[in-house]
Design a protein around this ligand. Structure first.
Ligand SMILES: Cc1cc2nc3c(=O)[nH]c(=O)nc-3n(C[C@H](O)[C@H](O)[C@H](O)COP(=O)(O)O)c2cc1C
Length: 213
């Protein structure tokens, strides 16, 4: 038996060499795969997910919107995997609308039965600014995971230098001849976030193998 880890990229941008959440998520999954586990990465932009309209049917029955969109495809993928990592940018210190709607639509996976209970969960976030709401996003996503009964896992690489959840930023400072310039870059040049992403992949694989294999 193999531990299976699913990554969801919750950026509304189609992944390209310029996008950021995809890069950190891919880094984490790549590092997990190196530990011998199975990984899958999906992009929310490839799925049509209708807006939750708050009808509350999901408290007792499957969501009626499931009939007309791709939500059941993602639901089935989560069901097939033992662990889930969601990565997204900070939009006003929260998840972007495309991901928030996905989180809302997941309510019929919690009610009446918590069908994702016991799966591993973690989160990754990226901001334009150095302090741009990354931790607020992580807090929302981990609360989502906890509410579904999932077990939160964070990276534990170096005892001093590794943060449990990768939080990248595009903003950085360049110091040259005592002059400081504030600039933006791709998150792959955020070495700390990249290392945290690798550490998270290793930890997910380690915990997954202990609990699921
Ligand atoms: C609507 C919108 C809201 C944003 N809000 C914030 C914000 O609150 N703080 C911040 O630092 N960056 C903000 N950004 C910038 C994104 O977080 C940044 O571009 C992110 O790294 C993009 O990630 P991606 O390439 O994975 O889509 C915002 C961008 C958009 C389009």
């Amino acid at each position: 038996m193999v531990f299976k880890l699913l990554g969801i990229n919750g950026s509304p941008k189609k992944p390209t060499a310029k996008t950021n959440s995809y890069f950190l998520l891919n880094t984490t999954l790549h590092s997990a795969k190196e530990q011998g586990i199975e990984t899958t990465l999906i992009n929310l932009t490839d799925y049509k997910i209708n807006l939750c309209n708050g009808c509350e049917v999901c408290t007792t029955e499957p969501c009626p919107l499931d009939k007309d969109d791709d939500y059941p495809l993602i639901e089935a993928l989560i069901q097939e995997h033992d662990g889930l990592i969601i990565a997204c940018p900070s939009y006003w210190a929260g998840p972007p609308g495309i991901l928030k709607n996905f989180l809302d639509r997941s309510r019929d996976n919690k009610m009446p039965k918590q069908i994702w209970e016991g799966k591993l969960f973690s989160a990754i976030s990226v901001s334009g600014l150095r302090v741009g709401g990354q931790e607020a996003v992580i807090s929302q996503l981990t609360t989502f995971g906890l509410a579904h009964g999932m077990l939160i896992v964070g990276g534990t690489g170096h005892p001093w230098f590794t943060a449990p959840f990768p939080t990248g930023s595009m903003m950085y400072e360049e110091v040259k001849d005592d002059e400081i310039k504030i600039k933006f870059r791709h998150v792959k040049k955020d070495i700390i976030a990249t290392r945290d992403a690798e550490a998270l992949g290793q930890r997910m694989a380690e915990v997954g193998k202990k609990l699921f294999v």
